[in-house]
Design a protein around this ligand. Structure first.
Ligand code: URA
Length: 240
């Protein structure tokens, strides 16, 4: 990769600033001043800017409490993305682990650890994801059984068995709404919404509260992110 791009990816500055710094002789690669922004680097070199070593740091892990209205992508022309919410901590190698729909809120892990992301997302690893939802109508025992048995979705595919727990039913003159907790082990597109559609109900709000051992921090306001604690990282990395 080009030297200026590498440094920009490391958040060392804008491409323009970095080109200038390189031209001024402020950048060294393996101890040698390099004045060519197009100089080829692999990332295995020791690269310094103004005497400070810049490198691919150890992996980073953030918990984001995703608000509605932002999309789970690294860039988008029309909408704010979950990475925009990281502010200064944003780096180009960070990405969200899996996707939440634009209107889904709650726990989203953002990292640059591709191997961990793969482990969390690969269907064969069956990592539990727990959601809280408000859905139209009254959730019945037969819905709970249907979820437990594995529902057939509208595309003909079967969802793996899921646990559905009814927390509360609220009724007013206009409508009945059930508040539920759903645990799924896979992450098909719109999975929870489509499972409820399959039993004739519509999801009104959806919030993810956990993913494997990682639980949404209740003190983290919507729209904010914080680095994972050592314990949280350890728990994730010890997933088999
Ligand atoms: N299931 C959905 O339907 N949407 C999400 O965002 C996550 C799970």
């Amino acid at each position: 990769m080009r030297l200026d791009k590498y440094l920009a990816d490391m958040n060392a500055g804008t491409r323009k600033e970095l080109k200038t710094a390189i031209r001024k002789g402020l950048v060294t690669v393996n101890g040698q001043v390099i004045r060519d922004a197009g100089f080829h680097v692999t990332g295995n070199e020791t690269i310094s800017l103004d005497g400070e070593e810049i490198g691919y740091q150890a992996f980073e892990y953030y918990m984001l409490n995703k608000p509605a209205g932002v999309i789970s992508a690294t860039e988008d022309r029309r909408h704010r993305t979950v990475l925009d919410l990281l502010g200064d901590r944003r780096r180009r190698d960070l990405f969200p682990v899996g996707r939440l729909d634009i209107d889904t809120t709650g726990l989203l892990l953002i990292t640059n650890d591709g191997a961990l992301a793969h482990r969390l997302l690969a269907p064969k690893h069956h990592v539990d994801k727990v959601y809280r939802a408000a859905v139209t109508g009254t959730v019945t025992e037969s819905d709970i059984r249907a979820f437990a048995e594995g529902l057939r979705l509208e595309d003909g595919l079967t969802a793996m068995p899921a646990e559905l727990r009814l927390l509360e039913v609220r009724q007013n003159s206009a409508e009945t709404v059930s508040f539920v907790e759903v645990t799924i082990r896979e992450g098909k597109f719109h999975q929870v919404k489509r499972m409820f559609e399959a039993v004739g109900k519509k999801v009104l709000t959806l919030q993810r509260i956990s993913m494997g051992p990682l639980v949404l921090d209740r003190s983290l306001p919507e729209g904010e992110a914080r680095p994972l604690t050592e314990e949280e990282i350890k728990a994730l990395l010890s997933l088999s």
